[in-house]
Design a protein around this ligand. Structure first.
Ligand code: ADP
Ligand code: MG
Length: 271
């Protein structure tokens, strides 16, 4: 099972869009996927047509201990489960402040889940902050994907994010590695976008080989700005269902292939 947290402390960089469409694409490729929505805004849940408005439970109940992980996950499509979130989850940041072991609540919940062992992928969509919800994702994950919008300040934010991941790796989860950087909302043909891409490659290759981000891959897929990607959430559909012929579906389709290729590489390395 691959456990991947999609993080960036900035909002609007493409975390949810990437998490949802990657999850949907992997499920279409036959992998059993569970998306855990850890953002109280619940955008990933809504994007996949999963709502908690009718009184369904959310990951909030998992954090509060009222429900198990298996109680709250819902089937969203073939091979694709969602553990939904809603605004209740905003309270978790406060409720867990002094709780012992607060960083590992989600990890424990997954360890106790019957279903979890059948997933090939667990993807976590994180809120735009580095609070306790994101830390829970980082304590469960072995991999981190960082969506980045290529602009001038992106790299500054990235080093902060990587330091946080390094602290988590040292103190809380030795298995954690930043494995992928996804360029989102990419403006093809602009100088800035290609400059940022080059800077990013240079930064990664100059990094300490012991750092948790050494060996991170900047995916060759660059997700172009495409209006269909912005429209799909309001229809409760992934890009593959909503606009299968769109550039957005092409880009996330090729990202899925790169993620699957990494799976083969990992298996080969382990053998
Ligand atoms: P985050 O989760 O990091 O806040 P989102 O994935 O929600 O970011 O994206 C922010 C907004 O940009 C959303 O309205 C989303 O639909 C839109 N969006 C994301 N990626 C693209 C893209 N490649 N092209 C066009 N719109 C996009
Ligand atoms: Mg989001």
């Amino acid at each position: 099972m691959r456990t991947i947290a999609v993080i960036n402390q900035k909002g609007g960089v493409g975390k949810t869009t990437t998490c949802v469409n990657l999850a949907a694409g992997l499920a279409r490729a036959g992998r059993r996927v569970c998306l855990i929505d850890l953002d109280p805004q619940g955008h990933a849940s809504m994007h996949l047509g999963v709502e908690t408005a009718g009184g369904a439970d959310s990951v909030y109940q998992v954090f509060s201990g009222a429900r198990t992980f298996d109680d709250v996950r819902q089937l969203a499509a073939d091979n694709l489960w969602v553990a939904p979130s809603d605004l209740d989850l905003a309270a978790t940041e406060l409720e867990l402040v002094d709780a012992p072991g607060r960083e590992y609540v989600l990890r424990k919940a997954l360890e106790q889940s019957q279903a979890a062992s059948s997933f090939d992928y667990v993807l976590m969509d994180c809120p735009p902050s580095l609070g306790v919800l994101t830390i829970n994702a980082l304590c469960l994950a072995r991999e981190v994907f960082i969506p980045l919008q290529p602009h001038f300040f992106a790299l500054q934010g990235l080093s902060k994010l990587m330091e946080t991941a390094a602290v988590v790796t040292r103190r809380l989860n030795r298995d954690l590695r930043i494995t992928g950087i996804v360029l989102c909302l990419y403006e093809t043909g602009t100088r800035l976008a290609s400059d940022v891409t080059d800077d990013l490659q240079r930064f990664l290759s100059a990094s300490d080989p012991q750092a948790p981000w050494s060996g991170a891959q900047v995916f060759s897929t660059k997700v172009r700005r495409n209006i269909k990607l912005a429209e799909a959430p309001s229809f409760g559909q992934s890009i593959f269902a909503y606009a299968p012929g769109s550039p957005g579906a092409q880009d996330y389709g090729s990202l899925v292939l790169e993620v699957l290729a990494a799976e083969r590489a990992q298996r080969a390395a382990a053998a």
